[in-house]
Design a protein around this ligand. Structure first.
Ligand SMILES: NC(=O)C1=CN([C@@H]2O[C@H](COP(=O)(O)OP(=O)(O)OC[C@H]3O[C@@H](n4cnc5c(N)ncnc54)[C@H](O)[C@@H]3O)[C@@H](O)[C@H]2O)C=CC1
Ligand SMILES: O=C(O)C(=O)[C@H](O)COP(=O)(O)O
Length: 380
């Protein structure tokens, strides 16, 4: 079989080498001519997979190593009889770590504790529900919204109006343009005006869920309003005015832990094996390396909030990604290329549960809160 794959999918050889011959191509510029003789197409979020790309090709299976599927025309795939697999939940942990690191900056900057914050979570799927569980066990007040979910399954839900009254509002919906509750420009000028004038909006879902021009106008009019953006309208063309006004800005890397990216490959491999009736011979655990940072130890002198911030940032420090992006974009004469290069060359990062945290036996509260945040807590 002939497999055409985005060059930025990790472990291509390891997972798919036995199944077929692999041709690696640049994802954003992929075109029909790259698919000559291909049976299988493996993509990431930057390739638009639709009739224009696939009509007249021999592709019979499409896999995307991502959670989001807004770049895939699934109606066309169905019409054309092309099988499809995505990677639901593959990097949900990484996105949760991103939001926790972002919140650690917000609590520092405001001089408050995590438990002083209320957080509105919009979209309670894989990411939103894991985030909710983490935050509630960290004693943060959560106001969750999801018109498609049953509170019996995902816990208490409130209206969007109510969630927008939170100190922090974080977006975890897919990007949708139709249906009963489309999310395109869900956060527009009107919804921004409903939020507290000193609220913080976090978007690590998809860029166009927020009307970026409305956000810019809102930030100009409300100096205390804060935004933390990982995803942008018109990516990879970032509006620098929006970026400059953000409290934190990152280049669509919220899900970019090594664990999350490799898990995306594994899930697509599993979908492909199922479609072709092949045995599943490869497992992610065979390929994940030892974490670079293995352990952080606390004494009984450390205040709880400080331990939490320190542990979160030992696992993932969002301010480094923010600094690298601002510097690179400021110097850039090609914003699109710079944005993509930041993503392609993203440094190694591991999920929070890979980090062991040593806590004295008598510090029960600290043990509970760090375990709730997802750390591998060890009594020392
Ligand atoms: N920045 C990044 O690196 C990453 C971004 N993402 C984005 O995050 C999104 C969410 O990821 P998951 O939680 O895994 O997806 P999911 O599909 O498990 O959950 C999404 C939830 O949003 C809800 N929803 C849909 N429309 C809504 C609306 N109008 N209002 C409120 N809720 C609504 C759905 O009912 C669902 O429960 C993905 O679709 C993807 O676009 C995902 C991974 C990494
Ligand atoms: O999984 C998703 O959905 C994401 O947003 C991915 O983290 C995006 O990564 P790329 O596919 O754009 O490399």
């Amino acid at each position: 079989m002939h497999i055409v794959a985005d060059e930025n999918i990790p472990l291509l050889n390891e997972f798919f080498g036995e199944i077929g011959e692999i041709t690696r191509v640049e994802g954003r510029s992929m075109s029909k001519s790259d698919l000559e003789g291909a049976d299988i197409l493996l993509v990431r979020s930057v390739t638009k997979v639709n009739r224009q790309l696939l009509e007249g090709t021999t592709v019979r299976f499409v896999g995307t190593a991502t959670i989001g599927t807004d770049h895939i025309d699934t109606d066309y795939l169905q019409e054309a009889g092309i099988a499809f697999a995505s990677a639901p939940g593959c990097n949900a942990q990484a996105v949760v770590d991103y939001v926790l690191s972002a919140l650690s900056v917000v609590v520092d900057e405001r001089g408050v504790q995590f438990s002083d914050l209320s957080v509105g979570i919009i979209g309670v799927g894989n990411v939103g529900s894991l985030l909710r569980a983490r935050l509630e066990s960290m004693r943060v007040t959560v106001l969750a919204v999801d018109p498609f979910r049953d509170p019996e399954e995902v816990g208490e839900l409130v209206s969007l109006d109510e969630a927008l009254t939170a100190d922090v509002v974080t977006l975890h919906t897919p990007l949708t343009k139709d249906g009963e509750h489309p999310t395109w420009h869900l956060i527009d000028a009107e919804r921004l005006a409903q939020m507290k004038t000193d609220a913080c909006l976090i978007n690590s879902g998809r860029g166009p869920v927020v009307d970026n021009q409305a956000l810019l106008a809102h930030m100009r009019a409300n100096r205390n309003f804060e935004a933390i953006l990982d995803v942008w309208e018109n990516e990879p063309e970032v509006d620098l005015d929006v970026m400059h006004r953000c409290l934190l800005a990152t280049p669509h890397i919220a899900g970019y832990s090594l664990d999350g990216k490799m898990r995306g490959t594994e899930y697509v491999y599993q979908g492909l094996c199922e479609f072709y009736g092949l045995p599943i011979r490869r497992k992610l655990a065979q390929f994940l390396p030892e974490p670079g940072v293995k352990r952080v130890n606390f004494s009984d002198q450390v205040p709880l909030n400080q331990a939490l911030r320190t542990a979160i940032r030992a696992a993932y420090e969002i301010r480094v990604d923010d600094g690298v992006m601002r510097t690179a974009m400021k110097r850039s004469d090609d914003l699109r290329a710079t944005f993509d290069a930041l993503r392609k060359n993203y440094p190694l990062r591991r999920d929070i549960p890979t980090l062991r945290v040593g806590v004295p036996a008598k510090c029960h509260d600290l043990q509970d809160v760090l375990a709730a945040a997802g750390f591998d807590v060890r009594i020392k």
